[in-house]
Design a protein around this ligand. Structure first.
Ligand code: LR7
Length: 543
């Protein structure tokens, strides 16, 4: 009985051993034939493959095809075509239609590579890939051209590690161009990780992005515009930072891709951060000295008062906690500043990661109407800016008349989250922004007379001050030296009771000169007189 039992075990083990060897042999054959193809599809990647663990972890969803160094626009080179006749006409038509040179874009590989733009230190960072959160990349598009949209999608798939990218969600915001219907569905069908959904009316970028977010399955939401190209290694730094700090909203460095030549211009020197001016227009700034001091290394994140809006990553549950977006915002504009104010005032941080680079095509001009931007900005001002909203209205009197809808729910959100004041935001996060005094009777739509005696233009950043140079009798606008107390003589004026603006430095008065040397009217300095052209009034008036 005992002997029979042993024999059975022996026979079983021999069969098992033989079976295991056979399966092993088959696996080995499969792997060795796979590794011969450089662009293989990897539907079931696994650490058992004969590649290093690092190769497995960094493997993109799809490999780029082999590099054709001579390919047009390859490595981000400028494309300059010497076109004539019919071709030239076609090129111009493509520019008129999209405000991007799509004729050139169509000639560039959808898989092109970009030249290296990162700080060399970025390449030394090692990531613990298995512990990083996954992401869903959401790309809303409206009437985008074929090649710019699909180059965006290919570039995400070919630069994002398979284990980090959960999916790309394309959201068609009710486009009406034929190539974005059946041909797009046919092109992406069968691709791994690409989903396409469509809005059934024009939602605008806010609600289109939220539609995408609502079906996402990743831990982190990464939003991109639909004419981008991701640089190698763009994703890991964003996810690493969110892993370390779940309330950080992180933007890549936005590199410029020229709308005409498709040259990848990159971002000269240090990355820039976002600000705004008092018309609520987004502005770029150099990193201020106090922020440089706070950072311990050139590859540390950079705090930014605002974001441009199109490219950022945020932990999904934190985005929900913060109240996603203001869904009362239509089409384009305003949501970037609204979200930036909300992040900071409600306890988060907004940062730019210098190791994450994404190229973005800045069109020649807006390709569609952006008339809703005004009411979107008013919503942002009404909810987040407290009394500082008046500084915006003074510079944009039309905004006061704009119907902006109901913001009650957003004000309740602000209350519920216990968010800080706009004054806190200006003092703590954006101390560089010059805050107008706007004393009654001392300011107009564009200029104000400051208590220090400057005629300051603080509508657009950087603010400027009226200045007189030694030789000229006309005024120029110079960088304000107001922080130097007292104000230097070239910028110092007195606004006198009789309405004259007296410049003690030259002992002259400011006059509206109707014909200057170049035949045009301009303010100039003249001997003080009782001329009506020397009487000035500051007022807020619609142009
Ligand atoms: O109705 C619309 N529906 C959409 O789906 C209007 C737009 N969109 C899509 C559009 O197809 C694109 O993918 O939304 C995305 C952004 O629209 P763009 O490319 O016309 O915007 P932009 O690059 O000119 O504008 C910047 O400011 C916007 C304010 O609403 C958004 O925040 C954009 O995302 C933002 N873009 C960037 O931040 C990229 C860098 C530009 C800068 C500075």
């Amino acid at each position: 009985m005992m002997a029979l039992y042993w024999r059975r075990i022996k026979l079983k083990s021999i069969f098992l051993l033989f079976g295991a060897c056979f399966v092993g042999y088959l696996l080995f054959m499969r792997n060795s034939s796979d590794s011969m193809s450089s662009t293989r599809r990897r539907d079931a990647p696994g650490p058992q493959d004969p590649e290093t663990d690092e190769e497995f972890l960094t493997k993109p969803v799809y490999e780029k095809p082999p590099l054709d160094v001579n390919g047009l626009g390859e490595l981000g080179r400028a494309v300059k075509l010497d076109l004539q006749g019919e071709d030239k006409k076609k090129e111009q038509e493509s520019i008129d239609k999209h405000q991007i040179n799509i004729y050139v874009s169509d000639k560039i590989s959808l898989h092109r590579r970009l030249s290296e733009r990162r700080n060399p230190l970025c390449k030394e960072v090692k990531y613990d890939y298995r512990s990083l959160p996954t992401t869903s990349v959401v790309i809303a598009f409206y009437n985008e051209a074929w090649s710019t949209l699909l180059r965006t999608v290919h570039s995400v798939l070919e630069t994002s590690p398979d284990i980090l990218l959960k999916e790309i969600i394309l959201v068609d915001d009710y486009s009406d161009r034929a190539h974005l219907k059946a041909p797009l569905e046919a092109y992406i069908s069968g691709w791994r990780k690409v989903r396409l959904i469509r809005a059934n009316k024009r939602e605008g970028l806010v609600r289109a992005r939220l539609l995408g977010a609502s079906i996402s399955t990743g831990d982190v939401l990464t939003f991109l515009d639909c004419h981008c190209e991701c640089h190698t290694g763009w994703l890991e730094p964003l996810l690493q930072r969110i892993k370390e700090e779940p309330s950080a909203v992180v933007c890549p460095v936005i590199d410029v891709i020229d709308w005409n030549t498709f040259q990848y211009l990159g971002n000269a020197g240090e990355p820039q951060i976002g600000g705004f001016d008092w018309r609520l227009v987004f502005t770029w700034h150099v990193v201020p000295p106090y922020e440089q001091q706070r950072r311990r290394s050139p590859i540390d994140v950079i705090r930014s008062p605002t974001m441009a809006g199109g490219l950022f990553a945020v932990k999904k549950d934190y985005f929900l906690y913060l109240g996603t977006y203001d869904t009362g915002m239509e089409v384009w504009g305003g949501e970037n500043l609204e979200f930036s104010f909300r992040i900071w005032q409600c306890g988060g941080t907004l940062e730019v990661h210098p190791c994450s680079h994404v190229g973005h095509i800045f069109p020649k001009k807006a390709p569609y109407s952006r008339s809703k931007a005004l009411s979107n900005s008013v919503r942002a001002a009404e909810v987040w800016m407290d009394d500082y909203k008046n500084l915006y209205y003074h510079r944009n009197p039309h905004a006061r008349l704009e119907a902006f809808g109901d913001v009650t729910a957003r004000l309740q959100l602000r209350q519920k989250l216990g968010c800080k004041s706009f004054k806190w935001f200006l003092d703590t996060i954006y101390p560089d922004l010059s805050v107008p005094e706007d004393r009654p009777g001392m300011f107009g739509m564009f200029f104000e007379f400051t208590s220090a005696g400057e005629i300051q233009y603080n509508t657009r950043a950087p603010e400027g001050c009226a200045a007189v140079d030694n030789v000229s009798t006309y005024l120029t606008v110079m960088h304000c030296s107001g922080h130097l107390k007292p104000v230097p003589p070239d910028q110092k004026f007195e606004f006198r009771k009789d309405g004259t603006l007296f410049h003690p430095g030259s002992n002259k008065c400011l006059e509206a000169v109707s014909k200057t040397d170049n035949g045009k009217p301009a303010p100039g300095l003249r001997t003080c007189s009782d001329s009506a052209n020397q009487h000035w009034v500051f007022e807020e008036r619609m142009p």
